[in-house]
Write a protein that binds this ligand. Sequence first.
Ligand SMILES: Nc1nc2c(ncn2[C@@H]2O[C@H](COP(=O)(O)OP(=O)(O)OP(=O)(O)O)[C@@H](O)[C@H]2O)c(=O)[nH]1
Ligand SMILES: [Mg+2]
Ligand SMILES: [Zn+2]
Length: 314
Amino acid sequence: MNEVIAKILRSNRREFDCLILDTKEEVKAVCLREILKKDHLVVGDNVKIRAMESDDRYEIFELIERENEIFRRIVRVNKKKTIASNIDCILIVASVSKPDYKPFLIDRYITRSVQWDIPAIVLFNKMDQFEDQFDISMEKKKFDMLGVNYFEISNEPESEYFQELDKLKTLLKGKTTICLGQSGVGKSRIISTLSSGTIELLSNKLAKGIQKGAHTTTWAEMIDLGECYMIDSPGIRSMAVNDITPAELPQLFPDLIPYFNQCQFKDCSHEENIKGCFFNSLEMETDEEIILYNRLIAYIKMRDEVEKIPDWQR
Ligand SMILES: Nc1nc2c(ncn2[C@@H]2O[C@H](COP(=O)(O)OP(=O)(O)OP(=O)(O)O)[C@@H](O)[C@H]2O)c(=O)[nH]1
Ligand SMILES: [Mg+2]
Ligand SMILES: [Zn+2]
């Protein structure tokens, strides 16, 4: 049997669900031990597989080089843990109501998207429940300033924001997209809506799976929507940034770098009333200045967090 290229949709400890790219046939595959030793295969990986003689499964004999990775570093053992690969787009899902919108959490996801070098789109979900709980226009302005695209959406068909999901779908055509965001913001339901109802009760299915095997290696699962691939993920409990070093953090705020460069001292801490700090000159009269200041606060919060970790632990 010839070798074919397949994409990993789901990974279980020993076995992978793979989609043969040419034929769109879903098959089970095991991985040659020497590959597993070298790389830990993840959802989104493209692999070369061939049919096995012993049973009707396939074997993975080569990992095709990844274009990018969604990862964290494990601080204590100094290892990289990859969660998914070959991602074209990150959907940062936020809800405008229940759970409340948390601006600083979105800033953290944006920082990660810069670190991973993958473009992000912010979704303001549950717009059918929006009653001016926060100043959404300022948030939108912030994303405009950051060059981050956003959509205001709702999964309720009678809401005027439901149509926005069609626009999003057009944008995601042909792409592999991962949904990230706090638990309860609607990640699973968005995927279900985008599938036009062909994928139902995804959240229930996933939730059950998680309960069953509390620590299975299945972190995320990829769904083939025909026009695009979507990866659902369980709500991330912590968006700690403690695996980022104080030295690399400023580069993850490219919007602030031109202003950092205007501070009189190279090692400026940008704290309040620091001599020569550019940010002291902000008069907070325009929206732009307020947004800039809020981005600085987001930066300082993350910096305080990364500086708390002693270097030997990183
Ligand atoms: N009113 C309203 N409710 C929504 C909307 N989108 C999702 N929900 C509800 O919000 C709840 C959580 O949605 P899920 O899709 O399970 O959220 P999730 O982000 O997948 O959560 P985790 O799997 O825990 O990470 C469900 O009860 C959904 O029906 C929406 O646009 N409007
Ligand atoms: Mg879910
Ligand atoms: Zn400064």
